[in-house]
Structure formats: structure tokens, C-alpha cells
Design a protein around this ligand. Sequence first.
Ligand code: SF4
Ligand code: SF4
Length: 314
Amino acid sequence: MQPIHSLLDEKARSLGFIAVGFTRPDRPLHFDRFTEWLEKGNNAGMAWLRRNLDVRENPSKMLRNSRTIISLAYPYSARKPESTDGFAVARYADPVKEDYHFRLRMLCRELVALIKENEPGSRSRICVDSAPLMERSIAAAAGIGFIGKNNLLIIPGYGSYLYLAEILTTAVVSFPSLEPSTNQCGSCSLCLEVCPKGALEKPFLLNASRCLSYLTVEDKSGLRADIGKILGKCFFGCDRCQEICPFNGKTHASDVVLPSTDVFLSMDEETFERDFGRTALARTGLEKLKGNIRAARAPDDANAPDSLTTMPRL
Ligand code: SF4
Ligand code: SF4
């Protein structure tokens, strides 16, 4: 009879996951590094990262009597989503698809059904990004990839354009024991060099308050005027430390899938909700997006004869 870990691997791959790994709900590999990072205030305004530290340290608290964590990686396109006037959003936002939180949860439900079929009394819990789990440490412990100096999970032979999800389960899943993946960056430091704000202060150390991804997505205040100059064309997230990474291979053409920034700037909430309400862009909301767009356009608009001074102020 085919073992459950192999059935799950097969099923997950048929659903589109690119990597599947198994580990125990033990103390995460980099928990101490994480608490040190928090103590230094590197989480900026993401106060939720300080909550539920006991769960982050002991993932089995997410699900009583859990015995296994299944770590899963799902790909997103390497092509950057672009607007008709050449502005862009980070690849993970994938604005033509439903928010990845919903999509991955649906797919993971099929895996949970398979676990249940094999062990009817089992309980499982699906986590996609928003649970207090150290997802990248878990993925590294499960052997599916390593954490790069840019702090992202990298799968050798694939790269880092991926989402992570976990299933905790009480089911007894025996799996071949694996060594945790170790870093393979070698002497490369391209991601640190390319970061326009110096947010990667040293290998594996991200100062979120300087990161454009944090500033354009998570930070609810308006962008400072000087940020516009370094945003480039990307008004939601920033992929520079991924684009430069040799593990992500060659540059891919962009996908023009968004309306122009003029259309966004004149959009009302109802239209935004209808067109983007179920996408990852909805997480920042329309007003924040408009502020980001104004900031990204500011260097160009400043040269335009009918320039508007609409930059949000701090
Ligand atoms: S996402 Fe952009 S700003 Fe943030 S660390 Fe990477 S390169 Fe730097
Ligand atoms: S760019 Fe270089 S140093 Fe940074 S994560 Fe990729 S391989 Fe590692």
C-alpha cells in the first residue's frame, strides 16, 4: 500500500504545488533569530508579529495533538503584472486571480480530505500566510528549500516566486527523515546590493521600516515624498531582491493585465471592489494604492506641465 506521505505528495503535485515536505511541529530553526529581530524593532508597524510568540515557538499550539506539519510551495508567475502605461505591482499580487489566500486554502482542503480518508479520526488545520507560524523556517526544516540572504524561501532549480502554505495534522504521517536545507547563496550578495533602501542591512536581516514592500503594502500611512524617487514603476510591493537572484533565472517579459494608473486614480470604491475586491490588491485598499501611484508617478508628473501636487503628507 502506498504510504500517506507519498499519496499526499502525488496529490499536491497534481493540484499544482511545486514542493511538498514534512516535518514535526518542533521549535522552529530560526526562532531565536526572529525574537532578536523583533527586539530591535525591525518589524516596523507590523505589531501582529509580536503576538502569539508562544505559538510561533511551539507550532503544535495551533492544533492540539498535532504530529506533523506538511509544508507546501505553490508557484506564481515570474512575469510581472503591468498596467497599460508601464507601471507594475509585485508578482505575488497576481491581480487577475483571486487572492492566493483563498486559492491555496481551497487546494489544501483537498489534501485534508485525503488525510481524513486515510485516518478518519484525524484533525487538520490549514495555514496560509496569516497564521503565527514561521513558514520559511518550517519549509527549510521540511527540506523543500533554503532561506536566502534576502530572507525568502528559495527552491534550488525553481527559485523564490512562490507562496507557502502549511497543513498541521494529528494524523500519523511517517516520512523519510530529511536534513533541513542549508543556505546555498555562497559568496553572492546581489540582493543586498540591489535593495534601493538598504532594507537588507546584512544577510538575513530585513529592516521592514525601510522595505518598499512593507511601505507600499502593510504601512497604512502615506508614503513620504522622497520614496517616490526610489519606487520606480512598482506601486504595490517590490520584487528587486528576487529579480536579481540567480536562482530565479532569466528575466521574463511583463504581463499587461492592469488598467492605466489614470484609471486607478479616478476609480471609485464600488468599481475597485467589483474589479479587484477578491484579489490580493484589495488588502491595501484603493486609497493606499492611489497614494502609492501618486508617489510612483511623482518624478514623471513633476516634469509635466500640468503637474498636480497630490502627494500624501506625513
Ligand atoms: S522587497 Fe525591495 S525594498 Fe524590500 S528588501 Fe527587497 S529589494 Fe529591498
Ligand atoms: S541574490 Fe544571491 S545572496 Fe541574495 S538570495 Fe539570491 S543567491 Fe542569495
